[in-house]
Design a protein around this ligand. Sequence first.
Ligand code: MIC
Ligand code: SF4
Length: 641
Amino acid sequence: MGLTIAQKIIKNHLISGDMTVGSEIALKIDQTLTQDATGTMAYLEFETMGLKRVKTEKSVAYIDHNTLQSGFENADDHRYIQSVAKKHGIYFSRPGNGICHQVQLERFGIPGKTLIGSDSHTPTGGGIGMLAMGAGGLDVAVAMGGGAYYITMPKMYKVNLTGKLKPFVSAKDISLEILRILSVKGGVGAIIEWGGEGIKTLSVPERATITNMGTELGATTSIFPSDEITRQFLKAQGRENDYIPLSSDPDAKYDKIIDINLDTLVPLIACPHSPDNVVEVASLKGTKVDQVCVGSCTNSSLLDMLKVAALLKGKTVLPSVSMSVSPGSKQVLTMLSDCGALSDILASGARLLECACGPCIGMGFSPNSAGVSLRTFNRNFEGRSGTADAGVYLVSPETAVAAALTGEITDPRLLGEMPEIKMPEKFKINDTAVLDPECEEKSGDLEILRGPNIKPFPTSKKVLDSLSAEISLKVGDNITTDHIMPAGAKILPYRSNIPHLSQFCFGVCDKSFPERAKALGESIVIGGANYGQGSSREHAALVPMYLGVRCVITKSFARIHVANLINAGIMPLTFKNPDDYDTLNQGDKLSLTDIYNGMDKGEITLKNETNGKEITLVCNFTERQKAILKAGGLLAYTKEN
Ligand code: MIC
Ligand code: SF4
């Protein structure tokens, strides 16, 4: 039987397991990336393994999330990551060099290779034909140490594109269209391959916009073929030697096939507070807009920036709108500046922000009270912007400019003629902001620089044969990691300080949670469907673990989060009958008995001591996952083994 692109890469990297959908497979990982908000923890974990050098082909540590702060915390974290990188054979991308996914695509991504990153948007690399996946920091640490990365063998979906995008409709609208079709749960357990005649009209950065936002579908990853367009991109980056062609076999089998005709696609917009809350831009015509942000790992390529500059040229951003532009990398910013397009952006009144995540993760530029913010980003989860009552909408760069110029949500097709954008044949290459690690002989003498904000890694408890604990919190469907462990300017500097971070846990849902959980000592959290969607941040598991959460029971989980829970020694269980969710309330006392036997059978019985009801919970743990839980988390398990 023929293979899909992803199946071919998996086959080439398979360490153990068989490629039957739903079974656990172990993959060899060629490249890793970390960013600073998850990196400190990942490198602390790597250090506990006691290895001299990383064992990957290339590992890169980026500083892009938490680049500007007051206080020593950030500077200390950056110095720590820089010193670990130098000592252990990791490349270090300095703050200001750009957003990890954009820089990885430009400078390091290689078709056919595997990449895992401690950031959920690592699938951006699928735009260049990589099998690129987001993972928790501990899984990345293990991969850096040469260990395998374990995933559940995904189903294969195919999206066939036909036709060609009309002016003012762009790759972002394709991302929003697939979210409209599949929803934020629709990609769970699947890899999405993009194909069809229509992909020949999409450049690598446009493909990367689509694979980047595939994360919002809950997909394991998304991938494009590596073709002539990929070769051209690598050539323009001075890396033609990294090119290999890659396509699916004509008789490859897919579990689902979706067709999208680019000719008929129109500008789309995702409304608050979910990326799949998608409608046509025209249907919101006239909604007043306060803020417009262009950038993030979704839409910060040179092509995106040149479009924005061309549309803003000779025009003025309305006084009622505050507009920011953050180019994705130093390469993008330099080229934008050299060709004069940056002046067009600045002359329009838009503000230039650093080449970093910035407002996307609530690092400044929060909207005004109850403000409407149109962003070219990938997530509009409640509270993520830093303004609790803001309404964040996700749009293309074209729709962003239309709002900046008119002060309201406006179909960008009303802007007139789309200016022609000419992309350069060669990108400007200057890798001075990527620091090489020290050679192996000299690295032994290097000191690791640790500041006082870096607290020891919290230790978890072993899962025992029985558990009696109270429900400390009950939440609904689609709880994101931004609900569980918020980010933003006030909290991000403490990513390496779990005790401090714990004060903010579940802050979006219930500010009294941390105190209550601490007072209970041990507790259980109840969730709805798709619990833990969004970020790869293992802090959304480590912090609840620190607060004594021993078990999370939900209708279903998001992929990376469930792995993070197991790695942290927290037992993730699901309801056999989802209606049982309604019978549980905060404060109920629950007991789980005969857990070990239950793990083997795949079902554990829960008794609600408060109302006397018995409920069946499902667990499909692999032997490895059972052993990790019984050991008290992946670090303890790794040490034991
Ligand atoms: C995000 O977009 O939510 C982040 C911030 O990039 C996270 C990583 C993190 O929480 O540090 C992600 O997507 O994994
Ligand atoms: Fe950074 Fe936003 Fe991309 Fe996350 S989604 S990596 S915060 S730009």
